[in-house]
Design a protein around this ligand. Structure first.
Ligand SMILES: Nc1ncnc2c1ncn2[C@@H]1O[C@H](COP(=O)(O)OP(=O)(O)O)[C@@H](O)[C@H]1O
Ligand SMILES: [Mg+2]
Length: 401
């Protein structure tokens, strides 16, 4: 079954797409990545989205407009993929765009992903699975992270060899899935990966970029120790996992307050150097605290050489690599994970990992929007998950980054 997975993450930089051809054969599920692409959001839409995200308080009118426009953007991106060589699929699984993750007293009460799937079904003629987080929240879980269903399978060879391994994602937020021999996987959000760097670069009127391309600013700046210490005093880092976080906490105003409390004046390069070091220190602390020996990284942050070098330097004795070495291009891992979750739902299989989300049990995820002609996902119900997954294939020609 060929499934197109799509997501725009917390960096809301654009829509990541992967088409994976899954073949289940007895105890083994083989996935071949046939196509991958990243389609940037139109700057106008991205601007309206940013204005609506916390600490913004949009009304229903803005929410309706964004749900529609983001649904249309996902629809266009999916239609583009389907028309490209290797992009054909029979089912779409769209994560959409998270606009609010409602956390109270350290626990998720609700979560909202928008990007109306009816537009995707209409534009592609395919059934669409969407809204993949809420079933986990309804079962008492955090609704996040969901990528561990893929991480667990990717790291299985290490676990089987007795090696404690971690899958690190450096998106807007950094998160890690730890798989150890003889234990259920655990996963949690570590802290900001690129969210704060992106926020300060975007806010600086002198730079047209929205992120620190190739770590150039961080490389030219100097870490400000007083500011780093102020940022590291954030209580979230010391809280025990499982825990989830997001831009509700880590946003531009948060940096400005820390700068004020530290009593420093920081130019952009020094600010970015400090925030990059914050990400490296918090990631290294989480990884070494978990006793991880092999760290497999993915997400846009792997393209920041300053960040990757500092993470490796702070983790002597830990092998640091990217998911590319395991067959999954680092930019594509989350889209592959949602293709896998779509495949699971179509086959009546559960998609959350309760030890990672805190849910009361495994749940089949998402809602199904029929194709415009009424077709539902065409798959037989499977009794149990295949025990092993292998993923092969490379990024497609459509990578727009
Ligand atoms: N060439 C690059 N150099 C530095 N940072 C990059 C580069 N490419 C992407 N990034 C960072 O990765 C982020 C996007 O990562 P992504 O994995 O898509 O995150 P999310 O899942 O939160 O959308 C960008 O906002 C940017 O901060
Ligand atoms: Mg992204």
């Amino acid at each position: 079954m060929r499934v197109l997975g799509m997501i725009s993450g917390t960096s809301h930089d654009g829509i990541d797409i992967a088409v994976v051809d899954f073949t289940a054969d007895g105890g083994k599920l083989a996935g071949r990545i046939e196509y991958s692409a990243s389609v940037p959001y139109d700057p106008g839409l991205r601007g309206r989205l940013i204005a609506a995200l916390p600490p913004g308080r949009p009304g229903f009118e803005a929410a309706c407009e964004l749900d529609t426009s983001i649904g249309q953007a996902f629809a266009q991106a999916a239609a583009g993929a389907l028309a490209a060589p290797g992009g054909q699929a029979e089912l779409i699984c769209s994560h959409g765009q998270t606009v609010f993750h409602w956390v109270e007293q350290g626990h998720a009460r609700g979560t909202l992903q928008i990007g109306q799937p009816a537009w995707i079904a209409e534009a592609t003629g395919l059934p669409v699975i969407s809204d993949v987080r809420t079933a986990d929240v309804a079962a008492g879980g955090e609704g996040a992270p969901l990528v561990p269903i893929l991480d667990r399978m990717l790291l299985e060879p290490y676990r089987a060899a007795g090696v404690r391994a971690g899958a690190l994602n450096l998106g807007g937020i950094s998160n890690v899935t730890v798989c150890a021999p003889g234990a259920e996987p655990v996963a949690w959000d570590i802290g900001p990966a690129n969210a704060l760097i992106d926020a300060v670069v975007t806010a600086d009127p002198a730079t047209p970029d929205t992120f620190d391309r190739d770590g150039a600013l961080a490389a030219s700046g100097t870490v400000i120790p007083a500011l780093l210490a102020e940022l590291l005093a954030e209580p979230y880092y010391a809280a025990p996992p499982p825990k989830s976080s997001g831009k509700e906490l880590f946003h531009l105003g948060y940096v400005r307050q820390a700068v004020a409390r530290a009593g420093v004046t920081a130019g952009l390069a020094d600010l970015v150097a400090t925030l990059t070091e914050l990400t490296a220190v918090t990631v290294a602390g989480a990884v070494s605290g978990a006793g991880v020996r092999v760290l497999v990284a993915a997400g846009g942050g792997v393209r920041n050489p300053v960040l990757m070098r500092r993470i490796a330097e702070l983790l002597p004795g830990v092998e640091v690599l990217t998911t590319d070495r395991l067959g999954v291009p680092a930019d594509t891992k989350e889209a592959v994970a949602f293709a896998l979750i779509g495949w699971a739902t179509a086959h009546g299989l559960t998609g959350n990992v309760p030890s990672c989300t805190g849910a009361a049990g495994p749940r089949v995820l998402g809602r199904i929007t029929p194709a415009p002609d009424g077709r539902l996902p065409q798959a037989e119900r499977l009794a149990a998950w295949p025990a092993a997954l292998s993923i092969t294939g490379l990024a497609g020609p459509g990578d727009a980054r």
